[in-house]
Design a binder for this molecule. Sequence first.
Ligand code: SAH
Length: 288
Amino acid sequence: MTEILARVAPGGTTIEPGFELVEDGLAARIDPARPATVRAYLPAFDQLTTGQATETVREALGHLQAFGLRPIGELRTRLVDEADWATAWQEHFHVLHVGRRLVIKPGWRRHSRTGDEVVIDLDPGMAFGTGLHPTTRLCLVALEARADRGPLGRVLDVGCGSGILSIAAVKLGGTRALGVDIDPIAIEATLANARHNRVGKRVRAREGSTPSDEGPFDTVLANLIAGVLIELAPELANELVPGGTLIGSGIFIDREPDTRRALEVAGFDIVGRWFESDWVALEARRPG
Ligand code: SAH
């Protein structure tokens, strides 16, 4: 199919394989059993030329169908405005209000800060964590609520991704934050985003996980999947001062009982719960 389309499309073609969401919806796995989409872009100088090109392709795809390979869907055509190609995706990202006073703002949007709003400038980019995912949002809401009740102190952010939680933590009054992540791209993203938000001096990030060997912290944030939270529960407790707070997110609702149990076995008292659709975040306190 790409060969047929490439005959009329000088810019080449793209293949988007079918995929399914795995790891509690946090990752995608290519599923060859699902339909793939093949796309090609043609210059639309005049309707006659594009019309002819479309017909040529439709005919050739018909011949290909005769070989009895996998079924080929309808050829669909659509006129796209060239000027919009590079930036069309930006349309989908708006200023986001999270919790009572957090605002997540992509670089290309304007926002005038009002009252006690805390604005985080963040482009949806390389690493996970644009504030769009429910697990991140839940963590932010729990963090804000915790900050409203007293100082966050020193913060550890396990699985920092884009650094959104570390940045939010220091902007909400945390003295310093350390982000750790097993993915080196996340470290680059966290450092760049922290600088961009003018909190580069208070946010550090490095490759790693728990134990951080830099504890104890007053607050630990961990937006990881349930399985990892369960596995790390004892180490997360060790990172905290007595009386310190853990905010654990990324818990798919059917894993909540297991996660609670693991946190309690590690010595935590569960003191708060937030949920959105099928996701849960828990606030746990290490007894003082
Ligand atoms: N904190 C960000 C990103 C959460 S995604 C947010 O809330 O939006 C989870 C991140 O945890 C990913 O960047 C992943 O690389 C990292 N991660 C997964 N397992 C980890 C582990 N065992 N230790 C440290 N980081 C881990």
